[in-house]
Design a protein around this ligand. Structure first.
Ligand code: 6PG
Length: 247
């Protein structure tokens, strides 16, 4: 099942970041009135991290019940734990270090200095996912944030790369990412597509072609963003530059 894509356009990157964060702080209590916990996948990238910073600012006025939120990552750079490149480190500095989320609710990919190699890291993250999924291999995320690259990549799924063909495993390693750093770990399409809600966040004129391709539903090989939908909601939130090629 996949929800038809909807697009919301905001004037500029600042307004976009504010609107996404506000939508998030409104959604969380609404969902937690109906279920015990939420599984949320966050993203790196300037818009994704900007949204987390804004959520931190808004969280002082909203009780987000952090002990009932589980945070995962759509992808991670396979670098040392203290590397500034690490999505986890950026997300902690932007939000997670400032809110009362229990440490065991934060599910970061293993860092390169904590495991022998990428294969072991991917396997450990897959096991962590499975441990929250009862009889399935991964939980259906309640919300997945995804930034989008100018080439249409999402998470660390890049156009033409073999990880796009992974239909069984939930986690894949990337050795030659076109966007540095080259070594990465990523959730695969089956995991992303099990998400109930997928919120794409895009800002800047260099994203216009990727957004157009996503909505034109080009092949996933051409633009991985075109191959991801939520089961209940697929929402593209863009600034006016990223939306400039839409009708
Ligand atoms: C990464 C990022 C990457 C990012 C997009 C969008 O690991 O390199 O997660 O996938 O989300 O490139 O980035 P911006 O939000 O900065 O445009």
């Amino acid at each position: 099942m996949s929800a038809r894509a909807q697009v919301v356009v905001h004037a500029d990157k600042g307004e976009l970041v504010d609107a996404v964060a506000e939508r998030f702080v409104r959604l969380v209590p609404r969902l937690l009135a109906q279920q015990d916990v939420l599984h949320i996948a966050v993203t790196g990238g300037s818009v994704g991290i900007g949204v987390l910073e804004r959520i931190k600012e808004l969280s002082t006025a909203h009780d987000l019940l952090w002990d009932r939120l589980h945070v995962w990552w759509g992808d991670e750079r396979f670098v040392a734990s203290e590397s500034p490149d690490r999505n986890e480190k950026q997300a902690r500095e932007a939000l997670l270090d400032h809110v009362p989320i229990p440490e065991h609710n934060v599910h970061a990919f293993p860092a390169s200095d904590s495991v022998p190699d990428q294969a072991r890291a991917a396997d450990l993250y897959a096991r962590e996912l499975a441990s929250y999924a009862e009889s399935r291999a991964w939980p259906a995320f309640d919300l997945t944030f995804l930034g989008v690259g100018p080439d249409g990549h999402v998470a660390s799924l890049f156009p033409g790369f073999p990880q796009l063909a992974e239909h069984t495993l939930g986690v894949a390693a990337v050795q030659d990412s076109p966007k540095p750093p080259p070594l990465r770990l990523t959730l695969t399409l089956p995991v992303l597509n099990d998400s109930r809600r997928v919120w794409f966040v895009l800002a800047g004129a260099d994203k216009a072609d990727a957004l157009r391709k996503a909505l034109d539903q080009v092949s996933v090989e051409q633009a991985p963003v075109a191959g991801v939908t939520g089961t209940e909601e697929t929402l593209f939130m863009a600034d006016s530059e990223a939306a400039s090629l839409l009708d």
